[in-house]
Design a protein around this ligand. Structure first.
Ligand SMILES: CC(C)(COP(=O)(O)OP(=O)(O)OC[C@H]1O[C@@H](n2cnc3c(N)ncnc32)[C@H](O)[C@@H]1OP(=O)(O)O)[C@@H](O)C(=O)NCCC(=O)NCCS
Length: 153
């Protein structure tokens, strides 16, 4: 499968909101994506698309002073296990390294096995836990695990 990874831009916000809604319990609207990438300090990202600009996945991050944090990461269900999630994170790491970041941080639901495996493969380490951070649609709760990668900046 051919795909390219390029900066996340205004034109992709509508497709991103549709993909986001297919992946997460609380969808983000097109407007929320637009505000995030045009009017939120330090927010940027990357998109993985087909050569015809069909969206397969995205990552958005926020970089402030020394730390960058992953705000969202999603890959279309039909295109998973093909390395797109890994490629998006590696592209983001290269970019924040150039910007001078010292750490890359993220929060993940303790039961999100796929994401935890992906992060483990990339060598993220746990540094904390937020108890009952997520309220799920079935009203159950889940902890957020706080993961980080330290960069040699
Ligand atoms: C997590 C997610 C982004 C991974 O995207 P992806 O493109 O499938 O990831 P990759 O193909 O790069 O997978 C990398 C590795 O992660 C692990 N992994 C990912 N999905 C897995 C699964 N369903 N079962 C087992 N291992 C899995 C594997 O080790 C995999 O390597 P391998 O395929 O060589 O065995 C994707 O599953 C997704 O969008 N999930 C829903 C949204 C989400 O949870 N986002 C993260 C929130 S913190």
């Amino acid at each position: 499968m051919d795909y390219k990874i390029v900066p996340f831009d205004f034109e992709i916000c509508e497709q991103a909101s549709i993909l986001h809604a297919s992946v997460f319990e609380r969808p983000w609207s097109k407007k929320e994506f637009e505000v995030l990438i045009t009017a939120s300090p330090g927010v940027f990202g990357f998109k993985a698309t087909s050569l015809e600009e069909h969206l397969y996945g995205f990552i958005l991050l926020q970089y402030i002073i020394d730390d960058a944090e992953i705000l969202t990461l999603g890959v279309l269900e039909s295109h998973r296990r093909q390395g797109i999630g890994t490629a998006l994170i590696k592209t983001a790491i290269k970019q924040i390294f150039i910007k001078g970041a010292k750490r890359l941080l993220l929060e993940v639901n303790e039961y999100n096995k796929e994401a935890l495996l992906l992060y483990k493969n990339l060598n993220f380490k746990a540094y904390g836990r937020r108890k009952n951070y997520y309220l799920l649609n079935d009203k159950s709760q889940a902890d957020a695990l706080l993961l980080e990668i330290k960069l040699n900046n």
